[in-house]
Design a protein around this ligand. Structure first.
Ligand code: 4AD
Ligand code: MG
Length: 467
């Protein structure tokens, strides 16, 4: 028999050359049959849509058809026919069915409507479901949108190291990297571990941010962005935190904080617009099954300006809300770090649109942010989103060597590891700004999913590194 090349289901569903012989391969979603005919819904991941396979019961062996169960993998060759059924344009009248892989009866994705918690404990198989297929196709499209945006705007994709000796955010939440034998650690007289004989000859960790090296790139190439994995050993078991997440960090020479805000707003709107244009089927599914306000929310973000206001003004609004009887779990006062409940109050209840909050107290922000003339606040900017809270964090950078040095000394940041960063301020320093977008938080927003563990294929969180 002539071998027919496989066609992806996304392509088969668009075809109109009825009568042609096609070959599709994929996994069985459902199989139902009457005495005379079998209907098999086949999905190959290329689209959320299934193709319907129609198989004449007389033509196919009973033993074979018994093995066509949910989860089994098939190769089907047959005739492309116009579908009489509603909601689908074509179906395949099977001539030949090959069972590529039978599916054991304990297939964990058999039942519909399993909880997200159950899905997480079967993360290796949840990819085969409609919901997770949609989420991870959208995740792919968002990565493409990000690269396209920066490429079209003259940014260079810049690769910063994953293993590093500096703590960019200074928050001390780093995973150490070592090849030392932990059962036989030599310590000096003060009880400190000697790392001089470790692989890198010093203490090293997984990066929490590519920003510091990104600044070196921006002050040479003009505008760069990073897009890579970042690691934080923060013990926060929340629906918004991962120990391993992906971050996008643009950094631009000569941009001040206002340019930085313009860039953040334009960039994020581009990504959301991209999703609306390129992920219609998957978004329609999620809007129906996960969150009926999703499409409206995405449209709203694309069409409306973000509100921009200072931290000080934001605190005033929150304090007024408390006076009027609103209850927050955490206390709110000038100087407090905003909790997610505060951010979401501003966005969801007060302004009812995305908010960019600027000029935070220096004490709650990182050392590299540019000091304002008041000596109390820094040129920080956080972009706050409905349902998410902080989606972007960034700032104008302190470009003045002396001011940066005095911050570093104030905070007792070990200087010997920072010499290369300080050199940017000694050799032709310039104003520059940048920010970090948490990729999974963007995916949360764009998919309407509720938990960050459900928008990365294999989440890493405290006490969980399965798969
Ligand atoms: O606000 P962050 O800590 O900023 C930085 O790391 C800067 N160096 C960025 C820069 O200016 N280049 O993190 C940036 C974003 C946050 O707004 C959030 O979206 C995300 O990264 N993020 C996390 N996402 C998931 N899990 C975590 N544990 C995250 N921590 C931060
Ligand atoms: Mg932040």
């Amino acid at each position: 028999m002539e071998t027919i090349c496989r066609t992806k289901i996304i392509d088969v569903l668009k075809r109109e050359d009825f009568g042609a012989t096609v070959c599709v391969k994929g996994w069985v979603r459902t199989h139902r049959n009457s005495k005379a005919v079998h209907f098999i819904a086949l999905n190959d991941g290329s689209t959320i849509r299934n193709v319907q396979i129609v198989a004449d019961a007389q033509k196919f062996d009973d033993d074979l058809m018994k093995q066509v169960t949910t989860g089994a993998c098939l190769s089907v060759t047959g005739e492309l026919v116009k579908s009489p059924g509603a909601g689908q344009s074509v179906e395949v009248q099977a001539h030949d069915i090959v069972l590529l892989g039978a599916c054991a009866s304990d297939y964990p994705m058999q039942k519909k409507g399993q909880s997200m918690e159950y899905m997480r404990t079967h993360a290796h198989m949840r990819l085969r479901t409609n919901t997770f297929g949609a989420v991870f196709r959208i995740r792919h499209h968002m990565a493409m949108a990000i690269h396209r945006y920066f490429h079209e705007h003259g940014f260079f994709y810049f690769h910063t190291p994953i293993i590093t000796a500096s703590d960019c955010e200074g928050a001390g939440q780093m995973f150490q990297v070592t090849t030392k034998n932990l059962y036989d650690l030599k310590k000096d007289a003060e009880g400190k571990i000697d790392y001089s004989d470790d692989f890198f000859g010093k203490t090293t960790s997984l990066t929490v941010s590519g920003q510091l090296e990104g600044e070196l790139g921006a002050t040479a190439l003009g505008a760069i962005y990073t897009f890579g994995p970042t690691f934080r050993a923060e013990n926060s078991n929340t629906p918004r935190h991962l120990a391993e997440f992906w971050m996008i960090e643009p950094e631009v020479a000569f941009n001040d904080i206002h340019d930085n805000m313009d860039l953040a707003e334009d960039f994020i709107k581009y990504c959301v617009r991209w999703a609306l244009e390129h992920c219609q089927d998957d978004l329609a599914f999620l809007n129906k099954m996960i969150d009926p306000t999703l499409l409206d929310r995405l449209q709203f973000v694309v069409e409306n300006d973000f509100v921009r206001l200072s931290y000080t003004e934001g605190i005033k609004i929150l304090e007024d809300a408390v006076k009027e009887g609103h209850k927050f779990e955490f206390p709110i006062y000038w100087g407090a770090d905003l909790a997610s409940e505060h951010e979401r109050f501003l966005v969801e209840q007060h302004f009812k649109r995305p908010v960019i909050l600027t000029d935070y107290p220096k004490e709650i922000k990182a050392f590299y942010m540019k000091m304002n003339d008041d000596g109390k606040t820094v040129r920080a900017m956080d972009v706050l989103f409905p349902q998410i809270g902080e989606i972007i964090g960034g700032s104008e950078r302190e470009e003045n060597y002396d001011k940066l040095m005095s911050r570093i000394e104030e905070l007792h940041i070990p200087m010997k590891d920072m010499w290369w960063y300080l050199d940017t301020r000694r050799f032709g320093t310039c104003p520059h700004s940048g920010f970090g977008l948490g990729f999974e938080r963007l995916i949360l927003f764009v998919t309407g999913m509720q938990n960050i563990r459900d928008v990365i294929p294999f989440p890493r969180t405290p006490k969980n590194a399965d798969f």
